[in-house]
Design a protein around this ligand. Structure first.
Ligand code: ADP
Length: 461
């Protein structure tokens, strides 16, 4: 698909080319006609001069004298030829070439008086004038003058050649000028596209540069900026609400838990104990969810990391494994840590710990008892990668593109395991805050591989 710019340049160039071509043909035609009219005028002037000379010669006797007639021919008509014919059609005098042309019938000369026409002589185009000469009463002659059209033709050819070179140049200039003007006019649209690409729910601070235009693009820019402004306020209010809510929930949940603990210590009834146990797990789930929400809101509003210190990832992974060991053991799952090399990145150790724990926690949660979860650290020239592999339930292909969305829980796991659907969103945000990203490969029923990649410090020096 051609860009709008290319299409406008192509369309305007085609229209301009057609207009220029029509104009050039028109100019060439009028120039040719004007040149022929000028030649006609010269020939007619020459005929008048010859007629006067003939009258003089007649009056003086010794008529007609060719040499004296020749003096009447102006320099511009130096290639012209002429002849004098009497009413009977007898040639009285004639230049060499003109004698080859047929003689016009006397009646026609007499009727037309002064006629101009095209003629061809030895394959060359000529302009011919037949002139009715009235020397004395009763004595008439026909005078013919011919002049070659070669000068007119070569002048027209020169003009045509000029057009052939000038028109493509004009087209090229027009194309370049149109392209530059459109590029300039479309710059605000490129700004709009760039800004729209940069803007997302987490970062609505971007604005489209207003530019100077007061036209439709200026109006569009102002409208979009006002819309982003409204979105930013709405998102800020929503974030604040979530943060407040998560915070407000914390204290009542803690109180509820201690009340349940108090009750649990006193109640002996098995059924009541079971209810209390259920209560504990729901409170814990709610607490985890509110904590996750609060963390995510904080991570969203921090464009930069809270801490940025060198972090040894090999040590961090060993610590994560130690922390997750009891949960893994509970589920009879082995954790297999493989450090290919010692790697260090700049970042926030607590957040990184959280991201890795979330992935290991999922791997344990969604894998069958007796299986092994692999945790691996490695690097190449450009990146450092932490890879967590499990042989668990896997994720169906259609869910994969959305798996990092907030509150998204997989169909295969939703009912099997408790969760909030916020764990992976937290991992993704933490990876982003470290200049990295998280990727997943998974096959339903076979297992999953999550990989967090960070820029390699060693490579960037
Ligand atoms: P939660 O685990 O609380 O549901 P997450 O954001 O951590 O939320 O994960 C979102 C969804 O991604 C999960 O509900 C699950 O369907 C899927 N998922 C995540 N990790 C794995 C995994 N290792 N194996 C299979 N499915 C996974």
């Amino acid at each position: 698909m051609l860009s709008i710019r290319t299409r406008i340049v192509a369309a305007s160039s085609i229209v301009f080319a057609l207009v220029l071509a029509a104009l050039a043909v028109g100019i060439l035609r009028s120039f040719e006609n004007a040149s022929i009219a000028a030649l006609d005028a010269q020939m007619q002037g020459c005929a008048t001069a010859l007629e006067s000379e003939l009258e003089e010669q007649k009056a003086e006797g010794g008529f007609p004298r060719l040499n004296e007639l020749r003096h009447q021919i102006p320099a511009e008509l130096s290639h012209a030829q002429f002849r004098l014919v009497d009413t009977a059609g007898t040639t009285l005098l004639a230049d060499s070439l003109i004698a080859l042309l047929p003689i016009e019938a006397w009646q026609s000369v007499q009727r037309n008086r002064h006629s101009v026409q095209f003629t061809t002589l030895v394959d060359r185009p000529f302009r011919s004038v037949w002139w009715y000469v009235d020397v004395e009463d009763g004595e008439h002659y026909a005078l013919q003058i011919i002049a070659p059209l070669t000068q007119v033709a070569s002048a027209v050819n020169r003009l045509r050649t000029l057009f052939i070179f000038a028109l493509p140049m004009a087209l090229l200039l027009l194309g370049v000028a149109t392209s530059l003007i459109i590029k300039r006019s479309f710059r605000p649209i490129s700004n709009i596209i760039d800004t729209a690409n940069r803007i997302n729910a987490r970062d609505l601070t971007g604005r489209i540069p207003p530019g100077r235009s007061n036209d439709e693009i200026g109006a569009l820019t102002r409208t979009l900026n006002a819309m982003i402004e409204r979105l930013q306020s709405a998102f800020a209010a929503q974030k604040q609400f979530i943060a407040d809510l998560s915070h407000e929930y914390g204290t009542p949940l803690t109180i509820l838990r201690s009340e349940l603990e108090f009750a649990s210590a006193r109640v002996k009834d098995a059924e009541a104990q079971e209810s209390i146990r259920l209560g504990f797990s729901e409170i814990d789930r709610l607490k985890r969810m509110t904590d996750d929400l609060l963390l995510l809101t904080r991570l969203d509003s921090s464009e930069q990391l809270i801490a940025r210190k060198p972090v040894r990832l090999d040590e961090l992974l060993a610590e994560s494994c130690r922390r997750m060991a009891s949960l893994a053991a509970e589920r009879s799952i082995a954790l297999n840590l493989h450090i290919e090399e010692v790697c260090e990145i700049n970042g926030d150790e607590d957040r990184l710990q959280r991201a890795v724990s979330n992935l290991i926690d999922n791997a344990i949660k969604y894998s069958p008892a007796g299986s092994t979860v692999g945790i691996q650290l490695g690097s190449d020239d450009t990146k450092v990668s932490i890879t967590i592999t499990d042989p668990g339930k896997g994720i169906p292909a259609e869910e994969l593109p959305f798996i990092f969305d907030r509150f998204r829980r997989g169909a295969l796991t939703r009912t099997a395991e408790p969760g909030s659907g916020l764990g992976l969103a937290i991992v993704q945000r933490i990876a982003e805050l470290h200049g990295g990203r998280v990727r997943v490969e998974s096959v339903a029923g076979k297992g999953s591989t999550f990989r967090i990649e960070f820029p390699n410090l060693k490579a960037s020096g």
